[in-house]
Design a protein around this ligand. Structure first.
Ligand code: ADP
Ligand code: MG
Length: 893
């Protein structure tokens, strides 16, 4: 079964002193029977037993188990060996105090990868005479009972070898006897190796007694067959008498021998009856060669603790450090929460922030402007006020976003004051904000399809006809008329129903438009009503809330269809063509100068020859029906000679000899261009605006085509965040130096603080990392100390067969539970603080930006870090302990 050959063990103490505890032990052990290792304290008994049980490693020689040498065993082989063959019993019982008797035994069964049933547990308890003790806690048991629990625990594996190190050392002799009785019973089928220093018990129970002294075997005896006293030396003769063994019956020869002795005796002799000498009589030197040695099959079973059970064990471990647990969880969840918060800010991403801000600011319209990237000596910036959208732009945006955008045409850059309303003084209770619409931003065509797509609704009337001067107004604009009444001439008409405004005319851009419909454009008027409240008596917070709301409303007023005069299909195009003949130079940041060394011309605008009134032109070289690519006509009143207004007639004469001029022009913020050799072919009389007359191609391509027509294009904002985000992303993406910037009160605010947020976010990223580190240290410290505290328990688990893997799983379960509690609390805390901070910033500070974006990223990060920390924090200390020999872990209290 088990054999040692020249086994040696040297301990090295911390001070570097070597102690040779075993000095070459060669022993063979049979398949069964009770074998005692006897010897004085320090003789090496425990060392030998620990080596035999695989709890410690030997330095030289070898141990052969079922014919297989363990010389090349790794730690996990020894673990499996213990798990398969050895049941170990310690002097200090080493029963897990946290578990009931039943649970202690169940754990040992589960380590075998079996399910612990009540029947099996009570059967084993019966074997050690502990019937019905299953529900008791170890601290409710006597020492002998505890030791029998330890024996029961050793028995569940049905091991072939039971090893016990001074199992009765801590017991009185009576309870000690019970333990030995139990072991003796087991030794009928198993090999039981018992370390003891009690010779009496050894002789009473042992089948064989091996005595150690100073690391060597000094005697090895076995009980002879039958165990009878050896009577061969029944009588012995000494100089001063003779000794007869107790219970010896004299034979005839003895009688003769005694008589002869007495005859020869010269002085007094003593006849002594000597008491039985059990040892010398009972035992004889062990013949190790006679030990029948059945090699059998050597097989190792790996321990396997089901996850469910390791979880249960881990969870039960938490009950014992409640206070520490609560403190740790509190601190680390706060740190984790802070980390998540810092991260929400640290990962500031303008697309996400913009999306959330739009959603939180209740913005229902999507407006875009055209912005062009400008390069000014390497410094780039975006010009979003000089350019307008062309028809192609609007079509392109609609196609690429999948939303139907409408171009809004503003004949005047300032917007148009609403007309036909009475004085606007009573629209608001304060002088700063106004909840009502007071001006119209422009014209945009609509039709039923658009209305449907935008989710708008016709509340009254019918949609305008694009061939007539008809408009539809929003319900929001209608509210202004409802409030003030409709003014015509000097009479005021009360408006109390949508129908009341239908058919009325409103003057815009110098024309009268008939209102044909009122359309609900989803402006929640009630949301903004309060900004018209009186300011007196308002708290700072309330004032800021009014400010924030008015910012929202400003966006609606400026960039949604709600304040646009909605015209029928085709009307805007005719308006643009009719009105757009003269490009207003000044308002569109256009500049064009025609000059030579003597003369200098300028103008307010530009027109193409086909639109010009030819009767007003004085031609230099005869009338032309078409201008060549470099021909231009300049306005009469804008010709200067050396800074003085020049006479037109003189100028025409001058041109006959010197027609060539340079023109310099710049479009918006683009670089100025200079074309040489343009020929002035005439002058034109101005009425109102002084304009250049330019070739059709130049007008269309270089000016109109480049400048565009529509101030902005508008569509409805999608309802769900994913779609909002898609649209926002599109609007932040540049292509060919152009992007279509989303425009509303949120983007306005966001753009102005984007830079600051970007810098702050970097700071917060580091702050977050700091918190994460702190939280990780907190958590791992807790786990590490709780494991250190359980070192002995780990050793016990190892001794009863658990692999380091099982141990790890138990402790990881414990950490896992903490980590999950931590994760859940941190998520809830960070989530709610985010909501609170966001709404506070909005309400108390009047900012429309949703600064903190707590989302899946933070939740996943929290989860990963919590679990990661739990895994690493439990792995390192458990690994450190598990890689030790089990006996060290047990000793290391
Ligand atoms: P026993 O069990 O017979 O009392 P041990 O096997 O425990 O004896 O010890 C044998 C010898 O080895 C003793 O001299 C003891 O001091 C020494 N020894 C035991 N364990 C260690 C250890 N971990 N470190 C150093 N010396 C040890
Ligand atoms: Mg000992």
């Amino acid at each position: 079964m088990l054999e040692t050959k020249n086994l040696r063990k040297v301990y090295k103490t911390k001070k570097g002193v070597s102690v040779e505890a075993l000095k070459g032990i060669s022993l063979r052990f049979p398949e069964k029977g009770m074998i005692f290792l006897l010897g004085k304290s320090g003789s090496g008994k425990s060392t030998l037993l620990n080596l035999l049980g695989g709890l410690d490693k030997y330095d030289d020689g070898e141990i052969i188990i079922k014919g297989v040498s363990s010389k090349n065993f790794k730690q996990n082989h020894f673990d499996s060996y213990r798990n398969t063959y050895v049941g170990f019993i310690f002097q200090e019982y080493n029963v897990l105090e946290e578990f009931t008797v039943g649970a202690n035994i169940a754990l040992a069964i589960e380590l075998q990868g079996r399910k612990a049933t009540d029947e099996e547990i009570s059967k084993i308890l019966r074997q050690v005479d502990l019937d019905g003790f299953g529900d008791r806690k170890p601290n409710e048991l006597s020492g002998g009972q505890k030791q029998r629990v330890a024996i029961a625990r050793a028995l569940v594996k049905n091991p072939q070898i039971i090893m016990a190190d001074e199992p009765t050392g801590a017991l009185d002799s009576n309870t000690g006897k019970q333990v030995f009785d139990t072991l003796k019973k087991l030794s009928e089928e198993k090999l039981v190796i018992v370390v003891s220093h009690d010779r009496e018990f050894a002789e009473q129970y042992g089948d064989r007694i091996i005595e150690l002294a100073d690391g060597k075997v000094i005697s090895d005896v076995e009980k002879t067959d039958g165990g009878e006293i050896d009577f061969s030396q029944g009588i012995s003769f000494e100089e001063d008498g003779f000794i007869i063994s107790e219970g010896y019956h004299l034979t005839e020869e003895d009688r003769i021998a005694i008589n002869e002795y007495m005859d020869s005796a010269k002085k007094d002799v003593k006849a002594t009856i000597k008491a039985k000498q059990h040892v010398s009589g009972n035992f004889k030197k062990t013949n190790q060669d006679a030990i029948d040695y059945v090699d059998g099959e050597f097989k190792l079973i790996k321990s396997k603790l089901p996850v469910k059970n390791s979880f249960k064990i881990g969870a039960s471990g938490l009950k014992h450090k409640k206070f520490r647990l609560v403190i740790t969880i509190l601190l680390s969840f706060v740190a984790f929460g802070m980390f998540a918060l810092a991260d929400t800010f640290g990962t500031y991403d303008h697309i996400k922030t913009c999306t959330n801000s739009i959603s939180d600011s209740n913005i229902k319209y999507a407006s875009v402007l055209k912005a062009k990237k400008m390069d000014n000596d390497g410094a780039t910036w975006w010009d979003d006020w000089s350019y307008k959208l062309t028809d192609e732009d609007v079509a392109k945006i609609s196609k690429e976003t999948g939303h139907d955008f409408r171009g809004v045409y503003m004949p005047s850059d300032e917007g148009m004051e609403m007309t036909n309303i009475k004085d606007t003084s009573n629209l608001s209770g304060n002088e700063v904000y106004c909840p009502y619409a007071t001006s119209i931003t422009g014209f945009a065509d609509i039709n039923q399809k658009i209305i449907d797509e935008m989710g708008y609704k016709v509340l009254a009337g019918k949609l305008p006809d694009g061939s007539k001067k008809e408009i539809a107004i929003s319900e929001y604009v209608y509210k202004t008329y409802e409030k003030t009444g409709y003014l015509e001439g000097k009479s005021i008409e009360k408006i109390s129903d949508y129908k009341d405004i239908i058919g009325k005319t409103i003057e815009l851009n110098g024309d009268k438009f008939t209102v044909t419909a009122v359309i609900d454009t989803k402006v929640d008027f009630n949301r903004y009503k309060t900004i018209g409240d009186s300011m007196t008596g308002k708290s700072n917070a309330e004032t800021l809330a009014m400010y924030a709301l008015s910012r929202e409303l400003d966006g609606i007023k400026e960039y949604s269809l709600s304040c646009v005069a909605m015209t029928g299909d085709g009307y805007v195009e005719s308006l643009v063509n009719g009105d757009g003949k003269v490009i207003n130079v000044n308002t569109k940041s256009i500049y064009m100068d025609v000059s030579n060394s003597s003369y200098d011309c300028s103008s307010d605008g530009m027109i193409k020859l086909s639109d010009a009134d030819k009767s007003k032109i004085t031609w230099v070289d005869g009338e032309k029906s078409k201008l060549a690519d470099n021909e231009i006509i300049v306005p009469e009143g804008q010709i200067y000679k050396n800074g003085e207004n020049a006479d037109a007639k003189d100028f025409v004469e001058y041109l006959k000899n010197e027609p060539f001029f340079n023109i310099s022009y710049s479009l918006a913020s683009e670089e100025e261009k200079t074309d040489k050799n343009w020929k002035i072919v005439g002058v034109i009389k101005g009425e109102g605006k002084a304009v250049y007359v330019v070739p059709d191609k130049f007008y269309e391509k270089d000016w109109v085509g480049a400048i565009g027509t529509y101030s902005f294009a508008v569509s409805s904002m999608p309802d769900n965040k994913a779609d909002i985000q898609k649209l926002v992303k599109y609007c932040y993406t540049e292509k060919d130096n152009v992007k279509f910037k989303m425009q509303n009160s949120v983007t306005f605010e966001l753009d102005s603080v984007d830079e600051i947020l970007n810098v702050l976010s970097k700071v917060f990223l580091y702050v977050g990392l700091g918190f994460a580190l702190f939280a990780a240290i907190m958590l791992s410290n807790f786990i590490a100390t709780s494991i250190a505290y359980k070192k002995q328990e780990i050793g016990i688990l190892r001794a009863i067969g658990a692999r380091s893997n099982d141990v790890f799983r138990i402790f990881f379960s414990e950490s896992f539970i903490i980590a999950v509690i931590n994760f859940v609390l941190a998520t809830i805390a960070a989530g709610s603080v985010t909501v609170w901070i966001n709404s506070a910033i909005r309400k108390e500070m009047g900012v429309l930006i949703t600064v903190l974006n707590f989302g899946p990223r933070q939740i996943i990060l929290l989860l990963l870090i919590s679990l990661g920390v739990a895994a690493v924090a439990s792995f390192i200390p458990v690994y450190k302990i598990a890689s030790k020999r089990p006996i060290e872990a047990i000793r290391n209290k």
